[in-house]
Design a protein around this ligand. Structure first.
Ligand code: 13P
Ligand code: SF4
Length: 305
């Protein structure tokens, strides 16, 4: 088993060089994917990497909206998503058509769209944000009225941080983070009283209320490295623990729940990455008319952070 994985990883490295490809992986990816990737990060870092890479090919080990963002920012590069059905259920909770209809009802509102959204939805938006910059993005806007799309929990968190605005929340959410209950966090806090509690802002407000820190996935990894953090209750998808433990072998990371797993993130495998590099499929390419409309909202965010 280990031998087979090593062989696959070696073949991937060879093909990657041959084809001038870069492999980007999200912090929730399976351990063997993280270990062979060129860069592992959160949505903001991955979009910055996609925008600046000198590679001709980007193999995106993540979900569909991440590959689309790479295609928006780097239209001349080939963007591969090794499993074409790896979507984000939250991104699918809003469509461009429904957003257009809602915008008509709220003509004065700035549309702030979480990066976990389709390119077509970004194309209808004023500015994007990620979990690491959402409050800054909203605070930078002159508009007093905000339509926050599609994550209502992230939106509510932003509203608590930037309260001087009027908010309208799209009723979307991440099923993985929504499934994390305050009772699970409270139980672990009792069991590990000196552990720091770090929470992803896609969580429910009553879970966020229990946090020592509310951070993006890479923000959590940076926080894990602080010398005064020895034990951490990790309130997000469990795949992130691999990176935390690898970077801090002497520390203890406690997953909030063994069931906090994003199935689509886990559908990327070494076999699929290899096949992708061999065949240059499945490719993700945002149509040029949508890309030109969406890039404004993405770039506006990238100027701020
Ligand atoms: P991050 O940008 O914090 O990595 O979050 C992405 C995501 O999909 C969380 O569910
Ligand atoms: Fe989407 Fe949630 Fe999976 Fe992140 S964890 S990709 S928000 S379904």
């Amino acid at each position: 088993m280990e031998n087979k994985k090593n062989e696959l990883a070696e073949r991937i490295q060879e093909l990657k060089k041959e084809k001038n490809a870069v492999i980007l992986a999200h912090n929730y990816q399976p351990a063997d994917i993280q270990d062979m990737a060129d860069f592992v990060g959160d949505s903001l870092e991955l979009s910055q990497k996609a925008a600046s890479t000198a590679a001709d090919v980007i193999v995106f080990c993540g979900v569909h909206f991440m590959a689309e963002t790479a295609s928006i920012l780097s239209p001349d590069k080939k963007v591969l998503l090794p499993e074409s059905s790896a979507g984000c259920p939250m991104a699918d909770m809003v469509t461009a058509e429904k957003l257009r209809a809602r915008k008509k009802e709220l003509p004065g509102a700035a549309v702030v769209t979480y990066i976990n959204s389709t390119a077509a939805v970004k194309a209808e938006s004023d500015i994007c944000c990620t979990s690491s910059n959402a409050p800054q993005v909203v605070a930078s806007l002159l508009e007093e009225e905000i339509l926050f799309v599609p994550d209502m929990y992230l939106g509510q968190y932003v509203a608590s941080m930037v309260p001087n605005k009027k908010y309208h929340f799209w009723p979307g959410f991440c099923p993985v983070h929504e499934g994390i209950k305050a009772a699970s966090v409270l139980k672990l806090k009792e069991e590990y009283p000196s552990a720091k509690v770090v929470v992803h802002p896609e969580c429910r407000p009553e879970v966020i209320a229990l946090a020592d820190e509310v951070l993006s996935t890479s923000g959590m990894c940076r926080y894990a490295a602080h010398p005064d953090v020895n034990q951490m209750i990790v309130v997000t998808e469990t795949g992130i623990i691999h990176r935390m433990q690898k970077e801090n072998p002497q520390k203890q990371f406690i997953p909030v729940s063994d069931t906090a797993i994003c199935r689509t993130m886990k559908s990327i495998t070494l076999e699929k990455v290899l096949r992708s590099l061999e065949t240059f499929t499945p490719e993700v390419k945002v149509p040029e008319d949508i890309r030109l409309k969406a890039i404004g909202a993405v770039n506006r965010m990238l100027y701020i952070v």
